[in-house]
Design a binder for this molecule. Structure first.
Ligand code: OGA
Ligand code: MN
Length: 287
């Protein structure tokens, strides 16, 4: 049988392409290599209504690196059969959430920015979608960096950013962390990353803002100056870039490069059900 050619069709943004001609049942090494190139080129790949199984998602994801077990997987987001899968779900079973939910993914972020080695990528598959809402938005942090006005570019180049890792975006203590003694988050535990990171595979520079302006500090700057610069960088990144909006259908898969993109989810009616299965692959320490 003649194999279909893998094709990428750029979507109406600079950050996403639809993949056509990739068969999750019969792919080979060359197909994976082709996808990897497209993933690096576009930042986000979409597979419409791929409708694969959990086992297929795990075996497919394995081609893109070591698995990362998300911190939420140790709390409420574990999968009963596949430890590699994070379940993002608002469905209640016996009065308890059947997956990770909350709203930490509802504002712009890159995944687990407060890790020493944040994940390289994530593969998110729609298992159940609500009738409306719950869309996921993506943007390119390459373009956020490249489109910075010259004066801002000069202010960020060579800078480092500190992210505290004690309190999450919803105000809860992160797993294994104790309530900090100090009011100043700069004295808490956390991680320092470059504010402009160079992608290990493409060599391109991307702005790295993590996931929140709270608990982030540009190292060495006065606190008020850092807050002001971060506010400008967030405004530039989240309000002035092209955005791709994924309106989910059951079976859709989004595969993003977590080193050069940001994403967020829209709200949806909590009386409706939304279930996503996610696999996550390991990344390098940002440089
Ligand atoms: C994630 C995430 C958004 C969504 O899986 O990292 O942010 O739309 N998910 O569920
Ligand atoms: Mn996320």
């Amino acid at each position: 049988m003649l194999r279909e050619r893998i094709e990428a069709v750029q979507k109406d943004s600079n950050v996403c392409a639809d993949i056509q001609g990739f068969d999750f049942d019969t792919y080979d090494k060359q197909d994976i290599a082709a996808l990897r190139q497209l993933w690096l080129q576009y930042g986000v790949l979409r597979f419409k209504r791929a409708d694969i199984s959990d086992a297929q998602q795990v075996s497919f994801s394995r081609h893109f690196g070591e698995f990362v077990i998300h911190p939420k997987q140790k709390e409420e987001g574990g999968h009963p059969v596949h430890p590699e899968i994070l379940v993002i779900s608002n469905a209640m079973i016996n009065g308890k959430p059947s997956g990770a939910m909350g709203n930490s993914e509802a504002t712009w972020h890159t995944d687990t920015w407060f890790y020493e080695r944040p994940p390289a990528g994530a593969i998110l598959r729609a298992v159940a979608v609500p009738p409306s809402g719950g869309d996921t938005y993506f943007l390119s942090t390459y373009s956020a960096y490249e489109s910075l006005p010259e004066d801002l570019k000069q202010q960020v180049d060579g800078r480092q950013i500190f992210f505290q890792d004690v309190i999450d975006k919803t105000g809860k203590l992160r797993l294994g962390k104790a309530t900090p003694a100090s009011d100043d988050f700069r004295e808490w535990s956390g991680i320092v990353h470059p504010l402009v990171r160079t992608h290990g595979e493409t060599g391109r520079k991307a702005l790295y803002l993590g996931g929140t302006t709270e608990g982030a500090w540009i190292v060495g700057m006065r606190r008020d100056e850092s807050d002001d610069l971060l506010a400008q960088l967030w405004d530039h990144t989240t309000n002035k870039q092209e955005v791709f909006v994924q309106q989910w259908e059951k079976g859709d898969i989004m595969m993003w490069d977590n080193r050069c993109t940001m994403h967020r989810r829209d709200g949806f009616d909590p009386a409706t059900i939304r279930i996503m299965h996610r696999t996550t692959t390991a990344g390098e320490r940002p440089i």
